[in-house]
Design a binder for this molecule. Structure first.
Ligand code: ANZ
Ligand code: ZN
Ligand code: ZN
Length: 824
């Protein structure tokens, strides 16, 4: 052991050791309890950032801790390596997407290894690897065969700059998430997954996910957006058509003063054809084409719309109300038409004010500050029905089912459930993704590629110009093929898969990453799944986690996996900030992991990140904090160095407690073991665990100041200290462990167990009196305060019996001696 803490030398040495000894290799072992800890795999951008370091340090502590506790731990890593940046690099720098990606993967592997993370690298997967995407294609085909994949023409979000379709979630404030260009619409034939078939199960299962943060569950719930309401049909006057609307407020039917259809509603053109309204209506529809859903439904937008020259008949009272089209009603939700109730819906209220339409209140309130006959804004709260025929006087919540029942009995409406969740648009007009393994035949339609022909490989004879359709269309070899069913000439699908598919099952492939015959063997996933602890950023709270849950459920229904849910426990780590802002390139406040590792070492970087904040909270980067962590490790190093220098690497293992100082140290040691164990295993409070270890180190230094120390006891304390610190700062601990005379690596050393007997405080006997007369002798822990002693005595069984039925008027407590109860 060197006198100085030479972190560079130590870290390189142990990283090499772990690699050469395959220290983190995991194999299935039915005799051992498994533990699967998973961190979200990165996109190989080429450089790790502090967010990664945080995510992976958290996971590594869990993995190493569980290993030391005796679990058979699966802790894999890989790369989510398809996606747009590789293609952009090809356009910009002329480098092949695969070359660019693989270079980045290798660079990031090296960086991850520099952090000393305990991954089983034998299980690494890369989603751009044909060995992986072969099975991605196979899964697609299984979904297709099950009716879960279909193709449909639809107006889609189109980024004119990236030349690609965007999912709704990739549209941020009306602009492309990646390049910030305003997004337009385009009609395209696209592949979809029927995730809506799973809406109810995805929602219902959230209840079982006790190990998930409730905020994530709420976000998923809102995304699924289950809505209970009714469909109601209105006759369109002077036509044979009925206009069906969806409403969650059937109680407000009497307050409907106009109707609104989505501009894309199929009836619209038919209703205005040949009338004076045709021209303005068509112009309005045209305008809406250039807006996206977010703009259209914004509550702050000035309302726009056009009267279409037709009226609808309110079925409850026969009243005719005008029909408008407006962008605030979307074709993709409910029926694409609404009954407007301006008194009780804010958007309808704004629209009615703008177009000077009637406002009829149908729910009244006792709130004196609101006059429903002169509303300043829509009144959306609960109240008593008014102006509503036979429903007048009812509570409006109760009026909803009553109204629906009446509508149903008249045959003009019925209960209806809707979801916000849409089917998942999965095709992309891009090159660097998994080719969709489908073939179009003039005779047979869409036919999956034969499974024995998988993978459908990405061709390399393509051009990257950044213009026009997908680069795949420039390949001379890719498109032409024969129909797997009839053998005639056919064409391959040119679209590739959304990369969210790749990340929807990688956790299953980790269980069986080398399998060449199956995506994963059932016996392997049965052993390892589900993931005991999943760790990642909260930015994936909705999409990735929803898609992965959907995949798991669909694969479960196909009999390919046992569980319906993939992730038992979820930890969403907080952001890494600097000076109160998220670390980001655009703010110029990025601290690179490389620079910290170079200056202080990986152990310091890990320790700082784990110590600075609880995992779920935001972490503020602090140079002083990093310095402090570094100094602490230096302090531990010196403690161990001095001890070994004075007493030798090997010595007596058994120790005896010889006096108060020994007792104190042993107490502190076991208290720390207990604390650290529960802090790590419970809520992952690594920060408090580390601070307990720091206190222990202080206590050890204090103990060392005595003239003569108990060497076996100190050796024991140092051994336990190094063991406890190992999951946090593994390199330095391996080195100290070796210096303490151990041949084996620390990786599989058993986690320390608290010796409860060390935590028992000495007992003393005190006297219990009633009205000054000795009644009892009680044994209590020494050193109790006045209040503690009174509580201990009053709470004891013996004294409870003595005092039964008596009225204590006063209690006299003499700590360490007696308690006297004065009773009447
Ligand atoms: C009448 C009414 C009165 C409404 C009232 C609300 C309040 P959620 O909860 O999101 O399901 N709506 C229905 N379809 C729509 C569409 N395609 N585009 C825009 N808005 C639509 O909301 C359902 C409510 O949103 C429905 O209930 C309807 O307005 C509107 F005091 O009907 B309501
Ligand atoms: Zn774009
Ligand atoms: Zn065919």
């Amino acid at each position: 052991m060197d006198e100085r803490y030479e972190f560079k030398k130590i870290e390189a040495k142990w990283q090499k050791y772990w690699e050469e000894n395959d220290s983190f290799r995991t194999v299935e072992n039915p005799d051992k309890e498994k533990y699967y800890v998973l961190e979200m795999f990165p996109y190989p951008s080429g450089k790790l950032h502090m967010g990664h370091v945080r995510n992976y340090s958290i996971g590594d502590v869990v993995a190493r801790f569980k290993t030391m506790q005796g679990y058979n731990v699966l802790h894999p890593m890989g790369f989510d390596s398809f996606g747009l940046p590789a293609e952009n690099a090809a356009i910009k720098h002329g480098v092949e997407p695969s070359t660019w990606t693989w270079d980045n993967i290798h660079e990031m592997e090296a960086q991850l290894k520099q952090l000393g993370l305990s991954y089983d690298w034998n299980r690494e997967v890369q989603t751009c690897n044909p060995e992986y995407y072969k099975w991605m294609q196979w899964i697609f085909i299984q979904f297709f065969k099950k009716g879960l994949a279909y193709k449909k023409e639809n107006p889609v979000n189109w980024c004119p700059s990236c030349q690609t379709v965007l999912a709704n979630e990739q549209v941020v404030d009306g602009c492309c998430e990646r390049c910030h260009t305003p997004v337009g619409k385009k009609n395209l034939s696209q592949w979809y997954f029927k995730i809506t078939d799973y809406a109810d199960r995805l929602l219902a299962n959230l209840d079982q996910l006790e190990g998930w943060p409730s905020k994530v569950k709420t976000m998923q719930e809102n995304w699924i957006g289950k809505s209970h309401g009714a469909n109601i049909r209105f006759q369109i006057a002077e036509t044979d058509l009925e206009l069906e609307v969806y409403t969650t407020r059937a109680d407000t039917l009497f307050g409907c003063t106009y109707m609104v259809m989505a501009p894309e509603h199929p009836y619209v053109l038919q209703l205005v054809e040949g009338t004076e309204y045709e021209q303005p209506v068509k112009e309005y529809i045209d305008r809406c084409q250039h807006m996206n859903e977010i703009e259209r439904t914004s509550t702050t937008n000035e309302k726009t719309g056009v009267y279409i020259g037709k009226n609808a008949v309110n079925p409850v009272n026969g009243k005719e109300v005008p029909i408008f089209i407006s962008d605030y009603v979307l074709m993709g939700y409910g029926t694409g038409a609404i009954m407007a109730v301006p008194a009780h819906d804010q958007r309808d209220f704004d629209f009615a004010k703008k177009f000077d339409l009637e406002i009829i209140p149908v729910v009244d309130t006792e709130d004196p500050s609101i006059d429903v006959n002169d509303l300043k804004e829509a009144f959306a709260a609960e109240g008593t029905m008014i102006n509503s025929g036979k429903f007048t006087g009812m509570n409006n919540r109760e009026a909803i089912p009553a109204m629906i029942e009446w509508l149903a009995s008249e045959g003009i409406g019925e209960k209806k459930v809707n979801y916000k969740l849409r089917d998942w648009l999965i095709s992309r007009q891009r090159y660097w993704g998994t080719p969709i393994p489908m073939i179009y035949c003039q005779e047979c339609g869409w036919v999956p590629e034969k499974e024995e022909n998988l993978p459908v490989l990405l061709p390399t004879d393509v051009e990257f110009t950044g213009k026009g359709e997908s680069p795949l269309t420039t390949s001379a070899t890719f498109a032409d093929c024969t129909c797997p069913r009839c053998g005639k000439k056919a064409k391959r699908e040119m679209d590739t898969m959304d990369t969210f598919l790749d990340s929807s099952w990688y956790f299953l492939r980790y269980c069986d990453p080398k399998n060449e015959k199956e995506a994963f063997a059932r016996e392997k996933t049965d052993y390892w799944m589900n993931v005991d602890q999943y760790i990642g950023g909260v930015e994936h709270a909705i999409l990735h986690l929803m898609y992965a849950r959907f995949f798991q459920m669909a694969l479960h229904d196909l009999g390919l996996v046992r569980d319906e849910e993939p992730f038992a426990n979820l930890l969403t780590q907080g952001m890494v900030n600097k000076d109160g802002h998220k670390m980001s390139k655009s703010l110029g406040n990025v601290v690179s992991p490389e620079e910290i590792i170079d200056k202080y070492g990986a152990d310091t970087a890990r320790l700082f990140i784990l110590f600075a904040a609880p995992p779920e909270k935001e972490l503020d980067w602090s140079d002083a904090g990093v310095e402090g962590s570094y100094r602490f490790l230096g302090r531990v190093w010196r403690l161990v160095y001095d001890f070994v220098a004075a007493n030798g690497a090997i010595g007596e293992e058994k120790f005896q407690i010889r006096g108060d100082e020994d007792k104190k140290l042993n107490y502190k040691l076991n208290e720390t073991i207990k604390r650290v164990t529960s802090d790590i295993s419970g809520r992952f409070n690594f920060n408090t665990a580390i601070s307990a270890i720091m206190e222990l180190v202080n206590e050890m230094y204090r103990y060392n100041k005595q003239k003569e120390i108990n060497v076996p006891l100190m050796r024991h304390a140092i051994t336990e200290l190094v063991t406890m610190l190992a999951p946090f700062t593994p390199h330095i601990c391996e080195e100290m462990w070796k210096a303490l005379g151990h041949e084996e690596s620390l990786v599989k050393v058993a986690w320390p167990v608290c010796d409860e007997s060390a935590l028992v405080k000495d007992e003393i006997t005190i006297i219990v009196q009633i009205n000054g007369k000795l009644k009892e002798r009680l044994s209590v822990p020494s050193g109790l305060s006045k209040d503690e002693l009174e509580a201990a005595v009053t709470g004891s069984e013996e004294v409870g019996e003595l005092l039964a039925g008596k009225n204590v008027v006063k209690t006299i407590v003499v700590p360490g001696k007696l308690v006297n109860f004065v009773v009447k």
